[in-house]
Design a protein around this ligand. Structure first.
Ligand SMILES: [Zn+2]
Length: 286
């Protein structure tokens, strides 16, 4: 009887121990997985495309974003090939100017795009119309016209907010109208944020300050309009308060980046990085 009792006790204790150990192991693996997931960085690349813009973001959850494609396809092509990128989850054309969209046709021709973010400012230029047409006709690609204030559901751990755009049909009387329709996005992860300003200048800046004033702060600023004097104002920099500024610029006849913009950034003690001097640049948020 005693033997049986002991045996019985042993038989109940051992499985319980095994179950407990398995539970502990399982919880440990879950915790480790959570730590591993939380530790994934957000990586932002400011691609050297000459005089133009292109930025690539690897989101912590594994999806990616391409904002603009530069003035021709070669640089963005090399970058995406070098990084083994086979699809784009979220593609943003900030505004239909050729120094921002020319590389995008190649992207549509060579890989699937999940979502295409666009504005509704008109363009009769063949290159811009072609990019919009490729987005419209690519199977599985959804064109989105975000509104200022929209939160974009790109990543579980990342807050993505649209601060400027032209979601309603708009005609343009000049280049400034296009710049001021730029889709401006603030990407925030952990305690850090990056502001992608497109080419937004005075009028759009004033509108963002008036609507989002206290929520514009970002450690990192992709400087607007290649460092033109109209896209970097003291008021804007005082609201964004960046520590690091990235200027995407190449050989040009506009005087970009301007001494005015560089002076404002210098006075605010911002570290300035330039793709024309340093090539493609990377900023990671851990
Ligand atoms: Zn531009």
């Amino acid at each position: 009887m005693v033997f049986h009792s002991l045996k019985g006790t042993q038989m109940t204790i051992i499985p319980r121990f095994k179950v407990s150990a398995l539970v502990v192991l399982f919880l440990g693996v879950l915790a480790a997985a959570r730590v591993a997931q939380a530790a994934q960085p957000l990586k932002a690349f400011f691609i050297s495309v000459g005089q133009g813009d292109s930025e690539f973001i690897e989101l912590p959850g594994g999806k990616n974003v391409l904002i603009d494609g530069g003035p021709k396809a070669d640089s963005v092509t090399s970058f995406l090939n070098d990084h083994g990128v086979k699809k784009i989850d979220y593609l943003v054309m900030t505004h239909p100017h050729s120094d921002h969209y020319m590389g995008l046709g190649w992207v549509f021709d060579h890989m699937p795009v999940g979502h295409f973010y666009d504005s509704k400012i008109e363009s009769s230029v063949a290159g811009a119309k072609s990019v919009r047409e490729k987005a419209r006709t690519q199977p599985g690609c959804e064109t989105v016209y975000p509104r200022p204030g929209d939160l974009l559901n790109w990543d579980d751990q990342t807050q993505v907010q649209v601060l400027n755009s032209c979601p309603d049909p708009k005609t343009a009387s000049g280049g400034v109208d296009y710049n001021n329709c730029s889709i401006v996005i603030r990407v925030s992860y952990h305690d850090s944020a990056i502001m992608f300003q497109g080419d937004a200048q005075n009028e759009a800046i004033a509108s963002m300050i008036s609507r989002f004033g206290g929520f514009l702060k970002a450690d990192v600023l992709k400087v607007g309009h290649h460092g033109s004097r109209n896209a970097t104002t003291e008021d804007w920099i005082a609201h964004v308060q960046p520590r690091e500024a990235y200027i995407e610029v190449g050989k040009n006849s506009y005087g970009h980046p301007t001494q005015e913009a560089l002076g404002i950034l210098k006075n605010a003690k911002v570290n300035v990085h330039r793709t024309d001097l340093e090539g493609t640049l990377e900023y990671d948020i851990q």
